[in-house]
Write a protein that binds this ligand. Sequence first.
Ligand code: A3P
Length: 345
Amino acid sequence: MLFKQQALLRQKLFVLGSLAIGSLLYLVARVGSLDRLQPLCPIDGRFGPRSQDEIPLRALQFKRGLLHEFRKGNATKEQIRLHNLVQQLPKAIIIGVRKGGTRALLEMLNLHPAVVKASQEIHFFDNDENYAKGIEWYRKKMPFSYPHQITIEKSPAYFITEEVPERIYKMNSSIKLLIIVREPTTRAISDYTQVLEGKERKNKTYYKFEKLAIDPNTCEVNTKYKAVRTSIYTKHLERWLKYFPIEQFHIVDGDRLITEPLPELQLVEKFLNLPPRISQYNLYFNATRGFYCLRFNIVFNKCLAGSKGRIHPEVDTSVVTKLRKFFHPFNQKFYQITGRTFNWP
Ligand code: A3P
């Protein structure tokens, strides 16, 4: 009997203790975010901007709360009206390059209180079937946001798809375009690794990278191989330049985004005319993952999914050298056009 009572008491104490710790953590999180609150807090049921000059930025903690729910589509009509929420066409698009670090860039930019991301790749401009559904369909795919926030989407297939520049131009000729690039050979191997993983998942066999990247008849680089073609950045960019001036593009160094993300993000903030809000606090190195992860506040952290940061297969050094030599002149042209030089071999 006594033993039963003691067990009951221990249970009660455990529940009470958990509640106390939970409340304490919540309070710390809120206080932690208070010093990060921006001029416009939802005071007196007023959520709109006070004046045109004020930038309606909100605490990251707030972003992870209500807006996070709205982004998942969990907003009622009443909430949409009360919070003055809208689904806006993107003001900036990460158009590529596949395996350049497009997801990391989008997620990191989303740390900014004035940025709202479209979580999924929408594939509106590169997919004829989607494009035929019209611009309203595209807009409805966008997350809810406050009117002064900017929406960003990423679909890396845009960069290499013939029809896309003209289609985006027709939607908004002054849109800002972000391209994240990595050293072309590494990017091509990363691209191959992704496809290889897909084949392995389906228990299928696949060719070695060397066999795909080098034409066995000529022993030259196989330019028909998509992973190689995608890494010829200048060829694709030239198509885009028929529609948009170079000032509308910003090139992000994907290799540096891995090792030192903050300066790259600060350059993007500048390009998007956003006040600098992403800080070192928001990015922490996770030794287990081997990558930087995101910190919204002391409670909400997140690393990218395991499909980002795969281990690449070893590639024959002579093939790597051949590819690097092949990409070299294209890279030079790319530096010249973009005004951004990389230390690619
Ligand atoms: P690897 O898998 O080859 O390492 P994308 O999102 O365009 O598919 O790009 C994927 C690449 O993003 C990964 O390529 C990885 O190197 C890179 N990346 C950059 N920052 C990262 C981060 N913080 N966490 C995980 N991957 C990151």
